[in-house]
Design a protein around this ligand. Structure first.
Ligand SMILES: NC(=O)c1ccc[n+]([C@@H]2O[C@H](COP(=O)([O-])OP(=O)(O)OC[C@H]3O[C@@H](n4cnc5c(N)ncnc54)[C@H](OP(=O)(O)O)[C@@H]3O)[C@@H](O)[C@H]2O)c1
Length: 260
């Protein structure tokens, strides 16, 4: 039982956090936010050069960061990364499964290969990476934190993003499955469902005046979200403050789902 009088509930000092897909976008903001809360962070993306640039941006702020490029859909590459961290004494206490891609096409035109790519990157990757992290958390007996990044499409569907919707719906239920299996080992597995956030993933939509106007008019906050607005929820879910919160998805969407 934690003593809330003596511990800072949101302090991540002494913890190591792996944030997948954190070379840019939401993942970078989450890595930066966890590092400001005291964590050592491991930055990941598909490219070594952009991962190292992100590590440099964190280091320039005096934050403790290291990088590791790998493809989250490549089970062997993920296992190798964890094995190398084992040999260096690096323990992942907090995992944020953030890496993801979007691909827009009506279902009747969608190639199976594109369906598979979207499912692999947004859903199967969370299983692949969390399996490595959770095995070690269970083996150490330390417990840990797993935060999966869902979406508004974890809750509702929209046209042209069928594979993404299936994947993010799956992320919500995978989060519950993780809780069912790992809560007894003091692992809290939860998810964040971001609303429409200003990142590269949405650049075509941001540049589309009609879509931009729709996002603003359909959201009670009347604006897009910023990546850094997800940090508070991530720090909460990564910290002792959420020690009895498990299997939940918290939507950070400006109120979008509330008015559906
Ligand atoms: N933006 C939104 O409105 C929004 C809303 C709901 C949910 N989300 C979710 O939030 C997460 C981040 O989205 P974002 O908007 O920040 O996207 P983004 O700006 O496109 O960044 C995606 C990040 O994921 C990495 N990535 C993609 N495929 C990968 C793979 N196979 N292996 C390792 N890394 C991979 C990218 O690496 P590289 O830099 O090497 O390309 C990049 O760092 C995603 O899961 C997304 O579905 C976003």
């Amino acid at each position: 039982m934690q003593d809330t009088r003596r511990t800072s509930l949101f302090d991540l000092s002494g913890r190591t956090a792996l944030v997948t897909g954190s070379a840019r976008g939401i993942g970078f903001s989450l890595a930066e936010g966890l590092a400001h809360a005291g964590a050592r962070v491991i930055v990941n993306g598909t490219r070594a050069d952009t991962v190292e640039q992100a590590v440099g941006r964190l280091g320039a702020q005096g934050l403790e960061a290291q990088g590791r490029a790998f493809d989250v859909t490549d089970e062997a590459a993920v296992a190798e990364a964890f094995e190398q961290w084992d040999t260096k004494g690096v323990q992942v206490d907090i995992l944020i499964n953030n890496a993801g891609i979007q691909f827009r096409k009506p279902l009747v035109e969608l190639e199976l290969s594109d369906w598979q790519r979207v499912i692999d990157t947004n859903l199967t990757s969370a299983f692949i990476v969390a399996k490595q992290a959770a095995r070690r958390m269970i083996g150490r007996g330390t417990g840990g934190k797993i935060i999966n990044i869902g979406s508004l499409t974890s809750e509702g569907a929209r046209a042209t993003v069928g594979a993404y919707t299936a994947a993010k719906g799956g992320v919500k239920m995978l989060t519950r499955a993780m809780s069912a299996e790992w809560a007894a080992a003091n692992i809290q597995a939860n998810a964040i469902g971001p609303g429409y956030i200003l990142t590269d993933m949405n650049q075509a939509l941001i540049d589309n005046a009609a879509f931009d106007a729709w996002v603003k008019s359909s959201n009670p906050s009347q604006r897009w979200g910023k990546p850094e607005e997800l940090v508070g929820t991530a720090v909460y879910l990564a910290s002792a403050a959420s020690s009895y919160v498990n299997g939940q998805i918290i939507y950070v969407d400006g109120g979008w789902l509330a008015v559906l």
